[in-house]
Design a protein around this ligand. Structure first.
Ligand code: SF4
Ligand code: SF4
Length: 66
């Protein structure tokens, strides 16, 4: 069996988010769209959005890419 590939992507908790859109501005890969949805194929898990979210609404979660 091939090894499973994993990576981290950002996940936004809609209940904690206050829609400041800081994360959209700060993401170097434009991985967060205007609806605050993270595109897992673009996000590389750099963590910049998580570090800069004033509501602590973002966490990095590990996903399977296989
Ligand atoms: S930075 Fe945090 S609070 Fe602001 S829009 Fe993004 S997830 Fe929501
Ligand atoms: S972890 Fe990095 S690449 Fe992914 S959405 Fe946040 S700022 Fe963008």
């Amino acid at each position: 069996m091939m090894g499973r590939k994993k990576k981290n992507i950002a996940e936004i908790d809609p209940d904690s988010c206050m829609h400041c859109f800081e994360c959209i501005d700060i993401c170097p890969l434009n991985a967060i769209n205007d609806d605050l949805a993270v595109d897992g194929s673009l996000c590389d898990g750099c963590g910049k959005c998580e570090e800069n979210c004033p509501s602590v609404a973002i966490e990095l979660v590990e996903i399977d890419t296989t």
